[in-house]
Design a protein around this ligand. Structure first.
Ligand SMILES: C[S@@+](CC[C@H](N)C(=O)[O-])C[C@H]1O[C@@H](n2cnc3c(N)ncnc32)[C@H](O)[C@@H]1O
Length: 401
């Protein structure tokens, strides 16, 4: 599978850890099938289910007095419907298959992968670093279940210097999004960095931090956009960080990875100019979200900016879209989805000590999904693409100088 990289840089001193996995022909076929099934289940089927709801289920239920003013009301009406059940079962299985389909190739290549990651960590030829904390208490919201049906989740380690979960998360995610429309590698970060440059042309961050960075792929476009910045990524999963560090060193991008809980970080006050995250908050409890945002407030310097890409808040979408997004809460091992999305993002920022007037929540069009059209979208144009359909929902805030 081709990787759409954002950077041409490569450091020949560290081999590409991702290319060490060699799927057999059968495994490749299985991966292609899982990709296509997931795309069908998540992109095509919801439209058919929606049609079924509008044409058949809604009119009959409304005639009986049901009011569809919330995702919960739609959920109650759809739960037992065959169209919904087929869609939900396929979506669940497709999700699981994407990660399962890369496990064998990872297992075969694991010793070689570990050797590359160790070498990268010892030599750091690109100038990055890897700081692990074997005593870190991994939060229960990570250890208690295989988040988004990734077998082994983010943190599990079976052998010394294990990178298996980094490989499964990373290569599984490629299968997962391989045939999806509106997805590009590093797309979120490219969109956000372009937006920052548009909004604040004079902004020159000296230190950037990514929370829940996983293997740090979301950081590489920031390194391209702000080459003078020192770049940090934190995550609780050691295998992900080892994996990400090897990739960054191979790509010749100096990134400083550290294993830390984003609720309580060890950086000094006002250490960062830009704090970002992607697909992170919906996976942690709301209490943890508040702790992380309070850390962002502590760590941002005056004039600093925080931008988090997330799933759109319930109050920004209609009941059907709300219902669609909340599927993961009960079926994808992401139990905090609905509770996170029910929060008012501006109130969350305000609660963490940011000024509500400086806080924002909106959708940014993805320049990579619309290569011909992106310049035609104003950043806040009504009718611009929705989240996941060529747009990315972001929320955040900034501090005055
Ligand atoms: C869905 S992944 C998002 C990965 C990445 N940001 C991306 O855009 O692909 C969520 C990540 O958050 C990490 N995580 C969960 N709780 C955390 C916490 N309290 N502190 C730091 N990282 C955490 C997980 O280990 C996982 O790698």
């Amino acid at each position: 599978m081709a990787v759409d990289t954002t950077s041409d840089r490569q450091n020949s001193a560290i081999p590409d850890i991702e290319s060490l996995a060699h799927p057999t022909l059968d495994e490749r076929g299985r991966q292609r099938f899982a990709s296509a099934l997931r795309r069908y289940a998540i992109q095509d089927m919801p439209e058919a289910v929606h049609d079924d709801f509008e044409s058949r289920i809604r009119p009959a239920a409304e005639a009986r007095g049901t009011v569809f003013d919330s995702a919960r009301a739609i959920d109650a009406a759809m739960e037992k419907e065959p169209s919904y059940q087929l869609y939900s079962a396929l979506r669940y299985n497709a999700q699981e298959m994407c990660f399962l389909s890369v496990q064998d190739e990872v297992e075969r290549a694991l010793p070689e992968m570990i050797a590359v990651a160790r070498d990268a960590a010892e030599r750091n030829p690109a100038g990055g670093s890897l700081r692990l904390d074997p005593d870190l208490e991994i939060p229960r919201y990570v250890t208690a279940l295989d988040v988004h049906l990734t077998p082994g989740c983010f943190h599990s380690e079976w052998i010394e210097d294990d990178v298996a979960q980094g490989a499964v998360v990373s290569l599984g995610a490629r299968v997962f999004s391989a045939s999806m429309n509106f997805r590009s590698w590093g797309g979120v970060a490219r969109v956000i960095s372009r937006w920052i440059k548009h909004k604040r042309p004079d902004f020159r961050p000296l230190r950037i931090l990514d929370l829940g960075t996983s293997s740090g792929k979301n950081l590489i476009p920031y390194a391209d956009a702000f080459p003078e910045a020192e770049i940090h990524g934190v995550d609780v999963g050691a295998p992900l960080l080892r994996w990400g560090h090897a990739i960054a060193e191979h790509m010749d991008v100096p990134i400083h990875f550290s294993q830390q809980n984003a609720e309580q970080l060890d950086f000094p006050d006002q250490h960062f100019d830009l704090i970002v995250s992607s697909f992170f908050f919906h996976e942690i409890p709301v209490k943890a979200t508040r702790n992380v945002l309070a850390e962002c407030r502590r760590l941002l310097r005056p004039g600093g900016l925080m931008v988090h890409q997330e799933l759109p808040a319930s109050n920004l979408v209609d009941p059907w879209e709300d219902y669609f997004w909340n599927w993961d809460t009960e079926h994808n091992n992401e139990p905090f989805y609905t509770a996170f999305r029910a929060q008012d993002p501006i109130a969350l920022c305000e609660g963490a000590g940011f000024d509500a007037g400086r806080s924002f929540a909106h959708i940014l069009p993805d320049v990579n999904s619309y290569p011909d059209r992106h310049s035609e979208f104003d950043w806040d144009e009504p009718g611009r693409p929705r989240h996941g359909k060529g747009g990315w929902y972001v929320f955040g805030s900034s501090l005055p100088e």
